[in-house]
Ligand binder design. Structure first.
Ligand SMILES: NC(=O)c1ccc[n+]([C@@H]2O[C@H](COP(=O)([O-])OP(=O)(O)OC[C@H]3O[C@@H](n4cnc5c(N)ncnc54)[C@H](OP(=O)(O)O)[C@@H]3O)[C@@H](O)[C@H]2O)c1
Length: 242
């Protein structure tokens, strides 16, 4: 079976056994070099995925109700977050709902996410009393966390209320780290490109000092797409029993 189909089936089964109803099932998916870097330095785009892995990313997008990135990624990559690259006999899957974490409403009016043909991008902010800056955006005001950033637990509750049952989180590093710190990632699909970047790492301080409490992935699956290695598995946060 092609890896895209394997991952699709595994995701469907993982979602099936997901028992929480107050938030969406969360899949974290990003690309890194062999050294764990996602780009040279923050604010700078770097295409790491090969052609087939890029198609996998678009395939995965179509398997989720929503797709979320941080404002740092919007400012550096100007992504569209839709399904454009596709292979196989079936037509492309649907576009997910694009969502941006943007506490201070820094999203520029010229961003491609402000000009999508079929969707109004949802912008999650913790700034209150803000008028709608662009009719192509829907501003959703939520409580802030201790640092004034959008509270992820509140954000996920609100997304679930709005019908988002599955959410793909694509980055960048601050967002990846924040979701992991809050134990809000259920599944991980990682593309490892055969390059050493020596740059900006995907995962920062998780605030955990004990090995048994670090998030673990099990079972572990892997495959090759071109020269990229794809790793995928479910996240577990419980303390190991042995
Ligand atoms: N290789 C890959 O797969 C991949 C994928 C995505 C991005 N990238 C790269 O990653 C870089 C961007 O990463 P980044 O770490 O600078 O930015 P980021 O993670 O995309 O965005 C971080 C920003 O999101 C906002 N935010 C709001 N609520 C948050 C919360 N609860 N937790 C964390 N952040 C929250 C914060 O800005 P405010 O305080 O202003 O709200 C924060 O600074 C770019 O260079 C991009 O090219 C690579």
């Amino acid at each position: 079976m092609h890896p895209n189909q394997q991952i699709e089936r595994w995701l469907a089964a993982s979602r099936e056994s997901f028992s929480q109803h107050e938030r969406p099932f969360v899949t974290l998916s990003y690309a890194q070099g062999w050294d764990g870097s996602i780009t040279l330095r923050t604010g700078q785009p770097l295409a790491l995925s090969g052609e087939e892995s890029t198609r996998l990313t678009h395939h995965l997008r179509s398997q989720h109700d929503g797709i979320l990135v941080g404002i740092g990624t919007v400012l550096s990559d100007d992504p569209q977050l839709n399904v454009r690259q596709w292979s196989g006999p079936t037509p492309p899957g649907p576009n997910p709902q694009p969502i941006v974490l943007d506490s201070q409403l820094r999203i520029p009016a010229a961003a491609r996410l402000c000009h999508l043909a079929d969707k109004r991008c949802w912008v999650l902010t913790s700034r209150s009393g803000v008028e709608l800056v662009d009719s192509s955006l829907e501003i959703i005001t939520l409580p802030g966390d201790a640092e004034g950033r959008v509270c992820l637990h509140e954000a996920l509750r609100e997304l679930r209320r709005r019908g988002i049952r599955s959410l793909m989180v694509e980055g960048g590093a601050n967002v990846i780290t924040a979701f992991l710190r809050e134990r809000l990632v259920d599944a991980l699909v990682l593309t490892v490109a055969p390059i050493l970047v020596g740059g900006y790492k995907a995962v920062g301080d998780l605030g955990i000092a004990v090995k048994a409490q670090l998030p673990r992935i099990a079972p572990v699956f892997n495959s090759r797409l071109g020269d990229d290695v794809i790793l995928w598995g479910n996240l577990h946060y419980e303390e190991a029993s042995s």
